[in-house]
Design a protein around this ligand. Structure first.
Ligand SMILES: [Zn+2]
Length: 239
């Protein structure tokens, strides 16, 4: 952190001239005004104090990003959002048909069953949620170009209600699975499960909505020199 203050003022001036002074991240809570130098490739990954590697960020976003990498600047995070009854069905099928052997999968249900839990209590669910977040946090800062497949029912928690916004800001590959309310409703075995289905559909998540927001974000990333246009980005699989 301390080295951030020693960036050559001429480099900083050139960064602002080239990429603008507005915060490049736009994470939830962003103040928009870039007051700090943010390294696209973090110091810890060997990122340099150069114009191509620095963008201006607000204090809030700089702190809240930590060393999480932009999609493809290290790990490639694939976030699969599915209603509760689909996590062990469609979400698993989707991942199995897209992942390469050995790609890590971070799934609440798989973690719960690895812990030997059958119908986890609230305390047990919290422990699984911590394991999920811990794995996500580590993969999200990985400098290795690995594909990581994360499954969640909701893109947010009470403490982090705007997770989806963070994923879009960091240009993760977000895939929404929705088999339809009727199918999910049928799958729900009891009132508690039906309540979860109703809550999921109240979020009004859709792939169209995510895609529209991602298109907007990617246009901004192109303007910031962090992406070429889509046709020139073969690293991202098409689906
Ligand atoms: Zn910001």
């Amino acid at each position: 952190m301390a080295r951030r203050q020693t960036i050559d003022p001429l480099v900083r001036a050139k960064v602002i001239e080239t990429w603008g002074g507005e915060c490049w991240l736009g994470l939830p809570g962003c103040t928009r005004v870039g007051t700090e130098d943010d390294h696209i490739v973090p110091y810890s990954h060997g990122g340099m104090d150069t114009v191509p590697n620095i963008r201006r960020a607000c204090k809030h976003c700089n702190a809240s990003r930590q060393d999480r990498v932009l999609y493809g600047y290290g790990a490639r995070l694939h976030m699969i959002v599915a209603p509760p009854g689909s996590c062990d069905r469609e979400a698993v099928d989707y991942i199995e048909s897209h992942r390469n052997t050995g790609d890590p999968v971070v799934s609440f249900n798989a973690m719960a069953s690895a812990m030997g839990l059958v119908s986890p209590s609230p305390a047990e669910r919290r422990a699984v949620a911590m394991a999920w977040s811990g794995a996500y946090r580590q993969f999200a800062i990985s400098a290795e170009p690995i594909d990581v497949w994360c499954v969640r029912t909701t893109p947010g928690t009470k403490r982090h209600p705007r997770m989806l916004d963070e994923w879009i800001a960091l240009d993760y590959d977000v895939h929404v699975i929705d088999p339809g309310f009727g199918i999910e409703w049928e799958r729900a075995g009891d009132d508690a499960a039906r309540k979860m289905v109703r809550q999921w559909y109240a979020l009004h998540l859709s792939q169209e909505l995510v895609d529209a927001r991602q298109r907007e974000r990617r246009a901004r990333l192109v303007a910031l020199g962090l992406r070429t246009d889509r046709a020139q980005s073969p690293s991202r699989p098409e689906w």
